[in-house]
Design a protein around this ligand. Sequence first.
Ligand SMILES: Cc1cc2nc3c(=O)[nH]c(=O)nc-3n(C[C@H](O)[C@H](O)[C@H](O)COP(=O)(O)OP(=O)(O)OC[C@H]3O[C@@H](n4cnc5c(N)ncnc54)[C@H](O)[C@@H]3O)c2cc1C
Ligand SMILES: NC(=O)c1ccc[n+]([C@@H]2O[C@H](COP(=O)([O-])OP(=O)(O)OC[C@H]3O[C@@H](n4cnc5c(N)ncnc54)[C@H](OP(=O)(O)O)[C@@H]3O)[C@@H](O)[C@H]2O)c1
Ligand SMILES: Cc1cc2nc3c(=O)[nH]c(=O)nc-3n(C[C@H](O)[C@H](O)[C@H](O)COP(=O)(O)O)c2cc1C
Length: 577
Amino acid sequence: MKISNLPIDAPYNEGQRAWLNGFFSGMQAHMSQSAGASSSTDSRKITILYGSQTGSAESVAIDAGAIAKTYGLTPSVKSMDEVDSSALAGFEYLLIVTSTYGEGEMPDNAQMLWDSVCAEGMPSLGSVKYSVLALGDTSYDLFCQAGIDWDNKLAELGATRIYDRVNCDVDYEEPAQAWISSVIPLIAGGSGVSNAEAEVGGSNKPEYHRKNPFPAKLLVNRLLTDASSSKETRHYEISIVGSGLSYEAGDALCVVPTNCPTLVADVIKALNCNPDQEVTVNGDLIKLGDALQNQFEIKTPSKEFIEELATRSGNQELNGIITDKERLSDYLWGRDTLDLLLQNPIAEFTSAEFVSLLKPLQHRAYSISSSGKQYPETVHLTVASVRYDGFGRNHKGVCSTFLADLVDGETPVRTFFTPNKVFRVPDDNSLPMIMVGPGTGIAPFRAFLQERDFRKANGKNWLFFGDRNAATDYIYRDELEAYQASGLLTHLDLAFSRDQEAKIYVQDRMIEKGAELFQWLEQGGYFFVCGDAYRMAKDVDQALHNVIAQHGKLSDQQAIDYVNQLKKDKRYVRDVY
Ligand SMILES: Cc1cc2nc3c(=O)[nH]c(=O)nc-3n(C[C@H](O)[C@H](O)[C@H](O)COP(=O)(O)OP(=O)(O)OC[C@H]3O[C@@H](n4cnc5c(N)ncnc54)[C@H](O)[C@@H]3O)c2cc1C
Ligand SMILES: NC(=O)c1ccc[n+]([C@@H]2O[C@H](COP(=O)([O-])OP(=O)(O)OC[C@H]3O[C@@H](n4cnc5c(N)ncnc54)[C@H](OP(=O)(O)O)[C@@H]3O)[C@@H](O)[C@H]2O)c1
Ligand SMILES: Cc1cc2nc3c(=O)[nH]c(=O)nc-3n(C[C@H](O)[C@H](O)[C@H](O)COP(=O)(O)O)c2cc1C
């Protein structure tokens, strides 16, 4: 099938074209059922709002818009922070596509709209017809919570749900496609697909994407922290030569790992199974050892496995807390699937039973620490290796130690890019950039500085960086000091948390330098944050509000409004995990 004119003015990237082609092949069936359906002249307006942190929900929304257009509808695809809550009542058809972040929270670009929809005085949405597509990950307790919240809130405000919400797990493409192919024809009122004539993407279709990762070559694996450090952070350089792919500072590279062979062997031993026995995976018979090494998450225990283990083992402690999220999460902290098997030998599983309780092995995202302009052929990553001891064993994070320990120059590293369109060096080279990135949060800011260096941008740059100890964890020190000496880095404020009795964090440095920080914001400065989402990013957000209130002489509410405006202008953006 071919599609003439890509339907909306949106860039198609990272497999979107492939996805659309897949979608339209899928639509063949639908079209043949609506035989004789002619080009629709229906120009019903439909608003598609997305809440998205790393672009997946956004790309689904763009695709939904593209498909809507082929039905003769008039779609308007918008980020949630481009819309005022007062506009919602005027939308006849509203589609919401949102991911979930933090612990069941809204993605950053959805938070403001959500807050105002929840505020008192929100008018009725009695004339709005809507449907919600929720993206999430079942490994989180509050699966698809943001989508669930939107669905409930719209109903509570009187809107009419025209199609049930679909919750998507990490492999969201198929359910998203099914949702679009149900909800769009429903809105179009039964008219058939029109003008789907030219092949989507044509020769621009990228060969490598999430469903077909590029087998890249690891060129450099260098320890950044000192050998005596309490943590291990590494610098990687990965060649993308031959991929046809390019990237921008601010994007992430996703790595598809394989499990550690020693862990695989230990799990098989604990199961009393044989690595050569065959199990069925997606209809194919494969050896258990291969399946556990390449296909399944065997470190982090799945909910299904935990529940089954609790039942089969009769473990009283586990059964006593299985429905108490907080206590269960404390119990599980540091315990992996093998620990659970070893601690509950009474619970026996056949290989087929065990495999049926596992989740597919997922890629891990890494914020790229190089500029694609300065390094078009390589991607640099800054990765903290997850290693810890517990329950009499050494534990290793799957992907960080796959890169650290298992990959050599010959092992292909399966990779794909995730663009982050809002986390970007400003187009205007003269505007100030304030970057807050402790720990591995420094990664995109190394890329940003390279980017500004490459562009010979004259805007001021300020980096807040911190880690545990200056002597062992001051990573990229030479580069940062050279940037300082050259004047590229106007200010470098450091916070080493464990060099003294009382912790000093990046936000303490922000407060100390609050007057100047506020000045930079007033000069049109951008405020970027990268790193830990759960503690650091929240505390930095609070510090930002405090700085603005104090130095702008604003009330708490005025400071919130000021920050919200920064967010709306995409001048306060975060890459947090
Ligand atoms: C958009 C994005 C960008 C990111 N960028 C970066 C980056 O630039 N650099 C970077 O290093 N990471 C980054 N991450 C995090 C990265 O994706 C992985 O989550 C990280 O490398 C851990 O993955 P892993 O497979 O090694 O560990 P996993 O196998 O996923 O294991 C991690 C789990 O181990 C357990 N655990 C970890 N430490 C301990 C401990 N001390 N005690 C007990 N249990 C523990 C926890 O349950 C934790 O969830 C990013 C994440 C996202 C979403
Ligand atoms: N959500 C996640 O799963 C998640 C998030 C972030 C990092 N990680 C993983 O953790 C490992 C190490 O991460 P990392 O190097 O980025 O960071 P990190 O080692 O956790 O921390 C870097 C610095 O931030 C400090 N810090 C701790 N709490 C803070 C707070 N509330 N505000 C400001 N600073 C604070 C730390 O101090 P102290 O330690 O001395 O308190 C340390 O000095 C990596 O494997 C990474 O992938 C996981
Ligand atoms: C730090 C972090 C927190 C997340 N929290 C949740 C969560 O609480 N519930 C959930 O269902 N999914 C959660 N997810 C998964 C995302 O919603 C999922 O990966 C989604 O596809 C991302 O879409 P986006 O690229 O549009 O933001 C989280 C992901 C990250 C990286």
